[in-house]
Design a binder for this molecule. Sequence first.
Ligand code: ADP
Ligand code: ASP
Ligand code: MG
Length: 410
Amino acid sequence: MALVVQKYGGTSVADIDKIKNTVAKRIIGSRKKGDDLVVVLSAMAGVTDQLVDLAKKVIPAPEGREYDVLVSTGEQVSIALLAMSLEALGQKARSYLGHQVKINTDASFSRARILCIDTKAIKADLEKGRVVIVAGFQGVDEEGNITTLGRGGSDTTAVAIAASLCADRCEIYTDVEGVFSADPGVCSKSRKLNRIAYDEMLEMASLGAKVLHSRSVELAKKYHIPLYVRSTFSDNLGTLVTEESKDMESNVVSGVTYNKSEAKITIRGVPDKPGVAAKIFSALSGANIVVDMILQNVGEKNLTDLTFTVLKNDCKQALKLINPVIKKLGAKDATVDQDISKVSIVGVGMRSNAGIASRMFTALAKEGINMMMISTSEIKISCVISSKYTELAVRVLHDTFNLSEEGTPE
Ligand code: ADP
Ligand code: ASP
Ligand code: MG
């Protein structure tokens, strides 16, 4: 008998038919095999988006306490409907909101981090043979305020619960059959990966592969939780996210990802002297604005241009914060480009293979795709390009590195 945490995403609980006839029946099947189950749910597909849109009708850039109170409500509906469906099928079940569990987080609204989880109530229910259903994406801060973990955060709820319970595994049920070499919605030749190392998955998730919330992978790696990504709608084996090992497929590049959620800000005519960048980026970090790529050009006459990327959602606030700093420093101005995307290749095999960057750059150049920024780490290379070329770039890079074919283990 195993203790398993299962998470079902929004498309898996999109309507009553799917909740009653697919998810509830799958859960009962797992119970029949003798497993104890904690189930984490997302809101029904589209519901969180609708809630965000409602908030935007009240204020253009909603945020903070009330925003989290609002956007966390979708999960309350789905967990109750699943609990009712299970009870109707003769399976005892009980649903919990984050603060009922309780899932303690810090107080960073809309990007809260889980601090600890009280597992008492869950364990007591499991002992009574109940399936425990927990609302994903939400928690509660020290003062009792509802918090949310960021879009896609239900994956993180599931892994955090699995870690707290020392569960045998965590299964992420979604609308695709696993983790693919590229987003199957964009690249028809993408291939399902049977296994992927935590580090690769972490890079892919952070670089835009939204199949897993990146924090969930971080937690799975830290607490050694085997993570299975698979389809709610088929019995095919999915992808196992696990420790890196020699017998893994040995493609040098494992995946291609893209991310359209960032914007590029360029500050022109910045005095080229010590302390200037520190002033600009301190202003941003003070407001919790995450800066991703940074590029500083060699300038003339002791002036330089400084380019960096932030989330599109943070762009307005970033400008508001840096404009006074620009004035003080005597820099020329700041311009914004929203029509960019970041395309990346990821693979642990890149550590020991030279020439990957030049193959990537040559492939993009052949298609006439200009790279505006480049950044690398041991296991990834990212380029900022014009967003209109995103899908083309993903497909070209997928072909260049033969990702439709499985590499042979060393
Ligand atoms: P859920 O609602 O189940 O959490 P998400 O929409 O968050 O599902 O994530 C699943 C989606 O992630 C897929 O439909 C797919 O389009 C997208 N995706 C992006 N990159 C990848 C990838 N490399 N492998 C699999 N799916 C990916
Ligand atoms: N419902 C939330 C969202 O749409 C959380 C999740 O689905 O993981 O972002
Ligand atoms: Mg998701």
